[in-house]
Design a protein around this ligand. Structure first.
Ligand SMILES: Cc1cc2c(cc1C)N(C[C@H](O)[C@H](O)[C@H](O)COP(=O)(O)O)c1[nH]c(=O)[nH]c(=O)c1N2
Length: 210
């Protein structure tokens, strides 16, 4: 039996407030086994029918990392072209990945065809497979922050190209690419808010009653 006290709850709330999407990393390496430990925590996450559809690729190979960075640059240039005027100038000034600096690279996929869980909960909502993997990434994100480690989620990729670069099975769906390392700065506000791209809104704006 385990229970949590008020002091823990306050600290946990601070963890939620201070978790950040990190794009600026210090160069120092992560202690051996850090990514494996974060994966272990991710595997404690909820998943539809206990299907555990998460699949992880620790990307160590320099040539593959370089290819991933090239794909990001190409997709980011395309994204920039979709904006104009002041928004385009603002977009161009954003730093949207720490791929070059982060000591850890982790690609995360969802296995869509595995029989683990025997389809429970997925018949009418097959997308719950992907939702389960996102839940795992969120666990990892918070666990990393609790240890002073930063995690940055990068989605500015051509998923087909990521598959090619990492030679992953066809049945895996690309969910996200994570940069992992020690953050340069700690902050309690999203970087996109600091850059005046968007601001964090209150829950009332997103909640209705019926
Ligand atoms: C699915 C998904 C995909 C992305 C992101 C997040 C999620 C959930 N985020 C991070 C996102 O910008 C960030 O979470 C918000 O700006 C809020 O900031 P904090 O996470 O609170 O620091 C993100 N950030 C970034 O710089 N490049 C990216 O490609 C992405 N992609």
């Amino acid at each position: 039996m385990v229970s949590f006290d008020d002091a823990f709850r306050r600290q946990l709330h601070e963890l939620f407030v201070w978790r950040r999407d990190v794009r600026r990393f210090r160069s120092e390496p992560l202690p051996d086994g850090t990514i494996e430990r974060l994966i272990e925590i991710a595997c404690l996450s909820p998943s539809v029918g206990l299907s555990q559809p998460w699949r992880f690729v620790i990307v160590d190979d320099a040539a593959r990392r370089r290819a991933v960075i090239e794909d990001f640059k190409s997709c980011n240039a395309d994204a920039l072209r979709s904006y104009s005027g002041e928004r385009a100038a603002k977009y161009a000034a954003l730093k949207l990945s720490g791929l070059e600096e982060a000591p850890g690279h982790l690609a995360v996929f969802a296995e869509k065809t595995d029989q683990i869980g025997s389809g429970l909960g997925r018949a009418t909502m097959p997308e719950t497979t992907e939702y389960s993997v996102v839940a795992a990434i969120c666990s990892m994100w918070l666990a990393a922050r609790a240890e002073g480690i930063g995690l940055g989620w990068v989605s500015i990729f051509n998923p087909g190209r990521v598959h090619e670069i990492l030679e992953t099975p066809d049945t895996w769906k690309f969910i996200g690419y994570l940069c992992i390392g020690y953050p340069e700065v700690e902050c309690d506000r999203p970087e996109l808010e600091q850059a005046k791209w968007e601001s964090r809104r209150g829950p009332d704006e997103f909640t209705i009653r019926r």
